[in-house]
Ligand binder design. Structure first.
Ligand code: NI
Length: 393
C-alpha cells in the first residue's frame, strides 16, 4: 500500500505545487478565509468527497466515507489563515495582497490536506471508516478550532491527526513527539489601583506605578522560588500603561500579559497562584487590584498510540534517519489542542527547511518552504491514516 500511496502522490506533485502557489499568492486573514475555503471545497467536491461549507464560520468539512459508517471517524485537521505581514520573499508567486502573507505555512497545510484527500479518495474501498477533513479558519487568533467544535465537527470522531511545517527540520524529514508538544496559553490582565497625589508628597498617595513594578518583579522571582522548576512555565507582561504626568502619582496601572505552561496540573493552579502573589504585594501598601485571567488553549498533549502510528508510518516511508524524535516541546500555542478535549490525537512537525541555505523562522516576512515537503507531508499523513484504519479494523 505504501508504494501505491507514494505513486499516487508523486503523480499529484505538479497539481499540489500549483494549488500551494495559488493559495500562497491569495492569503486571507483569520476569520476571512472565504476564497481559500471556497477553493478547498471545490477541490474536495471534484475529488468526490461530501463537502459542507461555512462550518465554524469560514471553515469547510469534507468527508470520505469508509465501509463501516458506524465506526467513529478519523479527523484530519488543517488551518487556512494567513498573517498581517508584508511578504518579503520576492518569489514569483508571492502574496498578491499587500500586508497579508502565508508566513506560517498554512497554505502548505491546506494543500497537504487536499492532497491526502485526493490520495485516500483513490483508496476509498480499502478504508474501514469515515475520514473527515477539517479545514479550520482563524488558527492564528486561536478562535477557529472553537468555532469548528461548536458546529459539531468532533461528533463521533475516534481520533484526530494534524501537522505543522517546521523550518528547522530539513524538507524530507518529519518530527514526532510523545506527550506534551505545545503549551497552554492564557491571557492575563491585572489592574493595580492606588491613589493619586502630588509627585513631591508620595506619603500622601498610593503609587500604582511603584506597586506595579513590584508586582512584575515579584511574579518573576516567585516563578523561580515557589514553582516546580521541572514543570516549565513562562509569564510575560508584554504591555503596561498608567500615569498621566511626570509630577502626578499614578492611581491606576494596567498590566497585560501571556502565561504559558506545559503541565496540565500547573495550568490549573496558575490563576490562584498569580492572584496570591499580586494580593501579597498590594495589601501591605493599601493598594487594590483587579485581575482577569482568561483561559486560551490547553496544552497540546499527543496521544502515545496515535503518535506511534505516525512515527511508524513515517519510518516505513522515509527511513529511521528522516524521522526525528522532538526532544523539547515548545511554549508556543496551537489551537489543535482544543480538539483533543473531544478525541485523542497527535500532531507532527513537517520539515520544510532548505538543506543548503539559511531558513527564516515562522512568521518572518522572508519565510519560505522547500516545496518537496508537500509530497513528504501527503505521503506521511495519507499512509498514517491508512494504517490507522488497518489497526481499527
Ligand atoms: Ni501556524
Amino acid at each position: 500500500m505504501l508504494s501505491q500511496i507514494k505513486e499516487i502522490a508523486e503523480n499529484l506533485a505538479p497539481r499540489l505545487i500549483e494549488i500551494r502557489r495559488h493559495l500562497h499568492s491569495h492569503p486571507e486573514l483569520s476569520g476571512q478565509e472565504y476564497q481559500t475555503a471556497a477553493y478547498a471545497a471545490g477541490v474536495m467536491s471534484s475529488s468526490g468527497l461530501h463537502v459542507q461549507e461555512l462550518v465554524g464560520k469560514t471553515g469547510v468539512v469534507a468527508e470520505l466515507s469508509g465501509a463501516n459508517l458506524d465506526l467513529p471517524a478519523l479527523a484530519i485537521r488543517t488551518d487556512m489563515d494567513a498573517l498581517p505581514i508584508t511578504e518579503g520573499t520576492g518569489l514569483e508567486y508571492a502574496s498578491h495582497k499587500p500586508g497579508i502573507m502565508h508566513a506560517c505555512g498554512h497554505d502548505v497545510h491546506t494543500t497537504i490536506a487536499l492532497g491526502v484527500a485526493m490520495v485516500l479518495a483513490q483508496l476509498e474501498s480499502t478504508l474501514a471508516g469515515t475520514t473527515r477533513f477539517l479545514f479550520q479558519p482563524a488558527e492564528e487568533t486561536a478562535r477557529g478550532a472553537r468555532w469548528m467544535i461548536q458546529d459539531g465537527v468532533m461528533q463521533n470522531v475516534g481520533a484526530i491527526f494534524g501537522l505543522h511545517v517546521w523550518p528547522t527540520i530539513a524538507a524530507g524529514s518529519v518530527g514526532v513527539r510523545y506527550g506534551a508538544m505545545m503549551a497552554a496559553a492564557d491571557d492575563l490582565e491585572i489592574t493595580i489601583l492606588g491613589e493619586s497625589g502630588h509627585g513631591a508628597r508620595p506619603h500622601e498617595a498610593i503609587d500604582a506605578i511603584w506597586i506595579a513594578s513590584q508586582v512584575i518583579t515579584t511574579l518573576q522571582q516567585a516563578i523561580s522560588r515557589t514553582h516546580n522548576p521541572l514543570r516549565p512555565m513562562v509569564l510575560t507582561i508584554g504591555q503596561i500603561s498608567g500615569g498621566r504626568a511626570p509630577n502626578v502619582i499614578a492611581d491606576r496601572v494596567k498590566l497585560l500579559g501571556t502565561v504559558r505552561s506545559l503541565h496540565p496540573e500547573t495550568s490549573k493552579t496558575l490563576p490562584d497562584w498569580i492572584e496570591k502573589i499580586v494580593a501579597s504585594v498590594c495589601h501591605p501598601h493599601n493598594a487594590k487590584y483587579e485581575m482577569n485571567y482568561r483561559r486560551g488553549t490547553p496544552t497540546l498533549m499527543n496521544d502515545p498510540g496515535l503518535t506511534q502510528i505516525i512515527e511508524r508510518a513515517a519510518t516505513e516511508a522515509w527511513g529511521r534517519d528522516r524521522v526525528q524524535l522532538v526532544h523539547e516541546p515548545s511554549l508556543g500555542a496551537e489551537d489543535f489542542s482544543l480538539y483533543l478535549d473531544h478525541a485523542p490525537g497527535t500532531m507532527f512537525r513537517l520539515g520544510v527547511g532548505f538543506p543548503d541555505r539559511p531558513n527564516y523562522p515562522l512568521h518572518h516576512p522572508q519565510f519560505e518552504v522547500d516545496e518537496s515537503a508537500l509530497i513528504t507531508g501527503v505521503v506521511t499523513m495519507a499512509y498514517a491514516a491508512w494504517c490507522y484504519w488497518q489497526r481499527v479494523n
